[in-house]
Design a protein around this ligand. Structure first.
Ligand SMILES: *[C@@H]1O[C@H](CO)[C@@H](O)[C@H](O)[C@H]1NC(C)=O
Ligand SMILES: *[C@@H]1O[C@H](CO)[C@@H](O)[C@H](O)[C@H]1NC(C)=O
Ligand SMILES: *[C@@H]1O[C@H](CO)[C@@H](O)[C@H](O)[C@H]1NC(C)=O
Ligand SMILES: *[C@@H]1O[C@H](CO)[C@@H](O)[C@H](O)[C@H]1NC(C)=O
Ligand SMILES: *[C@@H]1O[C@H](CO)[C@@H](O)[C@H](O)[C@H]1NC(C)=O
Length: 416
């Protein structure tokens, strides 16, 4: 009997050594319970009236099966949801859900600021395609309109890349800025934006836009109403991280560079730290906004860019920060991770605040407002590869209180 036990122990040691389990990452999990707030089999839109809906259908601009939510943002009672025009029939790219009227279920998306102002190809006041968006503390909604219709090699640039900033109190565009020709290149694809408010108030604002396929970071200064493009090797993808398996589907994204970005609080030096990562990479990098904000420095500060660390099994889409805690979508894990930025960026210091292998396939965006974490999940691999099965739920928006989400994880500062 004793021999049997010993051999069992020996066997288990052998299994561990042969299959590399000793190398498994065992993250700490948060105590919070994820709440599935909204869920859709297929997206749908609200129209001003039935004759407008009929007109939209007959013109081919209403094919709800082609809608995929990619970005969210929250302001007061509005939950914004963006839907890119990758395929035909997206009536509106920038939309919202009225949270006073809709608490659950599958609400229809309401075009913002109006259906008319979501006319594709209306380069002046219209919106053609929006991806990730950002609301700042000055009640402004920052939208980078990529001006594109279609996806990947089918993309048509019908309008120039234009930053459009809305005043959320009046629903009017208060700033329109077309990117300069030298801000982009022939490969440019920008799907994310970060907003840096400095100590100087609402006028002291900068936008950082990550060029995922052109490998650059474009800085826009609100005060100077001008922009510049930064180049760095850290904006490229890692050639060893181009193989993806998500929700059982395998695909290769080998070209996807700088994407996720988040900003730290203002430090005692008066600036923030911009954290960023490429989509096809497990590495996290950083740069001080003191460098980004100064064009001269931005173009001549190779060594100011820092390697922060590496995630384990860690492709990540969007990331965000609440004080010193960073949240990031862990796509391969069907999860959202966390990291306390006061600790080294190592797998040991990465926790998981939300995870679900059935309902969280491809978390696409994560935001925190008023102590609540919001996550949108969109099944993107099915959408791209096999086609979406509309008999089941495909898109979800989750909420979880931030404090509960990180409680019990290595990110909870109370542990230290
Ligand atoms: C529908 O809405 C449009 C635009 O708001 C308006 O011009 C039209 O008169 C409305 N039609 C009906 C039947 O209410
Ligand atoms: C819209 O189309 C439906 C179905 O074809 C039709 O029954 C309805 O009368 C139309 N409504 C308007 C206002 O044109
Ligand atoms: C900002 O610059 C753009 C293009 O260079 C120009 O069209 C716009 O009027 C400017 N806005 C302000 C507020 O100066
Ligand atoms: C980009 O173009 C603008 C306008 O033509 C020019 O002022 C600026 O110096 C150029 N930037 C770079 C980095 O060459
Ligand atoms: C930008 O940095 C350069 C080089 O350090 C410095 O000379 C310049 O004054 C800075 N510009 C601003 C606007 O701070």
């Amino acid at each position: 009997m004793k021999y049997f036990c010993i051999s069992l122990v020996f066997l288990s040691i052998c299994i561990i050594n042969c299959f590399g389990n000793y190398d498994e990452w065992s993250p700490t999990y948060g105590n919070g319970k994820l709440h599935e707030k909204f869920a859709w089999k297929m997206l749908d839109w609200e129209f001003p009236n039935e004759s407008i809906k009929n007109e939209t259908i007959s013109s081919g601009n209403y094919q709800p099966e082609n809608g995929l939510p990619v970005g969210i943002e929250i302001w007061k009672n509005k939950l914004f949801v963006t839907v890119p025009r990758w395929k035909k029939g997206i009536p509106s790219t920038l939309n919202y859900i009225n949270l006073d009227q809709q608490q659950s279920g599958s609400p229809k998306l309401i075009p913002y600021p109006s259906l008319e102002q979501n006319t594709a190809g209306d380069c002046g006041n219209g919106l053609t395609t929006a991806y990730r968006i950002h609301v700042d503390q000055c009640d402004r909604l920052w939208v980078l309109d990529t001006g594109t219709i279609g996806d990947a090699s089918d993309t048509v640039q019908v309008c120039p890349y234009t930053l459009k900033v809305f005043d959320l109190n009046t629903d009017k565009i208060i700033r329109k800025y077309e990117l300069q020709s030298n801000d982009t290149n022939q490969n440019t694809f920008i799907a994310n934006i970060a907003i840096d408010l400095g100590q100087g108030g609402c006028n002291d604002a900068f936008a950082y836009m990550s060029d995922e396929l052109g490998y650059g970071l474009i800085v826009y200064s609100w005060a100077e109403n001008t922009s510049w493009r930064i180049h760095h090797g850290y904006f490229f993808p890692d050639p060893l991280k181009g193989d993806w398996t998500v929700g059982g589907l395998n695909f290769q994204w080998e070209d996807e560079g700088i994407f996720g970005m988040s900003l730290s609080p203002i430090t005692c030096y008066g600036f923030r730290t911009l954290y960023f990562h490429s989509l096809s990479s497990f590495h996290e990098f950083s740069i001080s906004t003191e460098i980004l904000r100064n064009k001269t420095l931005a173009l001549n500060s190779y060594h100011a860019f820092k390697v922060v660390g590496e995630r384990k099994k860690g492709h990540s889409t969007a990331e965000t920060m609440v004080n010193d805690i960073q949240l990031f979508n862990l796509v391969d894990q069907n999860a959202v991770g966390c990291w306390n930025s006061k600790l080294p960026y190592t797998p040991d210091n990465h926790g998981i605040i939300a995870k679900n292998d059935k309902t969280m396939i491809f978390p696409a965006d994560v935001k925190v407002k008023n102590g609540i974490v919001w996550i949108v999940q969109d099944n993107m691999p099915s959408f791209m590869i096999t086609g979406v099965n509309f008999n089941e739920i495909n898109f979800r928006i989750f909420t979880i209180p931030f404090a509960e989400a990180i409680a019990g994880t290595v990110c909870d500062s109370q542990i230290y």
